[in-house]
Structure formats: C-alpha cells, structure tokens
Ligand binder design. Structure first.
Ligand SMILES: Nc1ncnc2c1ncn2[C@@H]1O[C@H](COP(=O)(O)OP(=O)(O)OP(=O)(O)O)[C@@H](O)[C@H]1O
Length: 293
C-alpha cells in the first residue's frame, strides 16, 4: 500500500524566530520529492515536526492520514535520517545497525540485507570514527531502511558526497521510488536536487516558495557575453532582457546562445566570449516566485 504524505499549515516559532510559517505541501508515492531551500530556510525544523520530534505551533503532517506519533509501527512505516552526528565512537558500522535494529525489533537477517543493499557490507567491521562522509551517508540510509518503510525522510543525504556518490544515491533512491515508496529528500544545493528528485518543494524563510517539476526549476539559462562593444550589442537585442554587468560584459535573458551570436554577427559586433550561465539558487527563486521575493 502506498503512503502519501500531507503537510498542512505547519508553523513553528522558537521565541521570536518564525522558523516555519503556514507550510503546506504533498509528497506523492512512487517519486523522489526534493525539499529545497537555502541554509536556515526551515527544512530540518519541518522534517522534525513531521516526525513528532518538534511540536508544531500549529498545523499537521500525516502519513497515509495518520500523524507519525499515532503510527502503530513507526519505523516500519517511515524511515528517517535527520543528522549523522549520532554514531557511537566505539561501534563498528555493523554494531550501529544492530543497535537500531534492536530498537525497532528487526532481526539480523534484515540487518544483513540493508547492509548489502546500501553497500555498508564493504565496511561493516570498520569503526564509526573511521568512516568517510559517503560511508556515513550509506550507513544512515541503511538504518532508515531497517523497517522496510513505505516512506523515507532524508535530511541532506547528499551532503559531502562526491559526484560518484550522488550518482549512486540517485540510482538508489529512484529504485526505492519505483517500488512505490514515498521519498522526501532535503538539500540546499540546487544541482543536487536536480539530480536526485522528480519534483521539488522549494521553501525560503520558512514559507513555501514554489512546488514544481524539476525540469521547471531553473528557467532558461542566461547567455553571458564579453564584447568591447557591449552597448551596441545590447541595442541589437530587441525583446531580450539585458543586464550590464561591466563595461564589456552583458547577461542576456530570453534568447538562446545561437540567437545572441547571430545578432552580434548581424550587427558586426565582435565577441570576446560567449557562454551559457546556469541560474543560481537566488535567480531560481526569482524565476519561481515571479520576482516577488
Ligand atoms: N531549537 C531552535 N531554537 C531556536 N531557533 C531555531 C531552533 N531550531 C531552528 N531554529 C531556527 O529556525 C530557522 C530554520 O532552521 P532549520 O534548521 O530548520 O533550517 P534548515 O533549512 O534546515 O537549514 P540548514 O540547511 O542550515 O540545516 C533558523 O533561523 C534557525 O536558526
């Protein structure tokens, strides 16, 4: 059975800090949903509220209609990784898994299985102090999977992973989603979410900024041009939005690179450089929110 997640009006204030304000979104089964926002946007607080670790000031989060704290077998329903600080220094990776398995009443066969699935087997006997960031992330994932949960909440699982690690995580999470699981993955890195997720929930300042398919995220890239005749070039680009970055540098929105190159050639303007520029997280926010923030 699939397990949709519904977040409705979640709000948390710590004293006079509004960490999360009236946040509502859905996480659908069978897909990887990214939860994207800059540092301090409220991602961790939201996930902690979803798991009943922080009491919301108001609002609810439900898994298949039930709050986490009302689930009969929570670890078999929702697997979560919220931070990677909790490794006992005297434990091996396998010890760590076994401790969590005992708490959730999962047997040794399950420990071996999740260790195999996540690649933890390769370093099962190594002390947790000697694990690389990538190994810790795998061990966290293995721990979250112990109860064979239908939903996964992962806070920054790509943090500190190299490109190969991200590629592995992408395949792994997509495989879990293809089995019908509901997966929410937070990150403050746009490029990471673009790789890992199908859909994305974007928050900023504790509020929902947008929900979108990953393909809709960044908007079209801009064209960055260097030319000793930047002024005449700008004048030769009707319909485009042109930012003058320096006397000899322009950022052009609304045209493709070949269109800019053709316009420069037609106006006999020499180009010293022309590149496509991917939008930054900030520019993406502007794009998604129509410039309203
Ligand atoms: N226990 C707390 N007491 C006071 N303020 C808090 C507490 N927890 C979080 N905050 C504040 O709430 C806001 C949101 O923090 P949160 O950790 O949820 O953001 P985040 O999006 O997860 O950021 P990061 O990517 O840096 O982990 C921040 O301003 C933070 O300082």
């Amino acid at each position: 059975m699939t397990l949709p997640i519904e977040v409705r009006g979640l709000t948390k204030t710590f004293g006079d800090v509004a960490a999360v304000t009236d946040l509502s979104f859905d996480v659908a089964p069978g897909a990887v949903t990214g939860f994207l926002g800059p540092n301090g946007a409220g991602k961790t607080t939201t996930m902690r509220m979803m798991l009943g670790l922080v009491t919301p000031t108001s609002g609810t989060a439900t898994f298949g209609g039930a709050r986490y704290t009302d689930l009969r077998r929570p670890t078999s329903t929702v697997g979560a990784v919220l931070d990677s600080a909790g490794f006992h220094p005297g434990h091996t990776a396998l010890d760590h898994l076994r401790v969590y398995a005992r708490m959730g009443r999962h047997g040794e066969a399950r420990v071996r299985h999740v260790a195999e699935l996540t690649g933890v087997t390769a370093f099962a006997g190594r002390g947790t102090r000697a694990l690389s960031t990538g190994m810790r992330q795998r061990l966290n994932l293995a721990t979250a999977l112990l109860g064979d949960p239908r939903a996964l909440l992962l806070d920054e699982p790509g943090n500190g992973l190299d490109p190969e690690g991200i590629a592995w995580l992408r395949r792994f999470l997509r495989g879990l989603a293809a089995e019908g699981r509901t997966i929410l993955v937070s990150s403050h890195v746009l490029a990471e979410i673009e790789q890992l997720a199908d859909r994305v929930v974007v928050i900023s300042g504790g509020r929902l900024a947008a929900t979108a398919a990953v393909g809709e995220l960044s908007g079209a890239p801009a064209v960055h041009v260097r030319s000793p005749q930047a002024g005449p070039l700008a004048a030769a680009l009707p319909g485009a939005r042109v930012e003058r970055l320096a006397p000899d540098a322009l950022r052009i929105h609304g045209l493709t690179l070949p269109e800019v190159a053709a316009a420069a050639a037609a106006a006999s303007v020499p180009l010293h450089g022309i590149t496509l520029e991917r939008p930054t997280l900030e520019q993406m926010f502007l794009h998604l929110t129509g410039g309203s923030r």
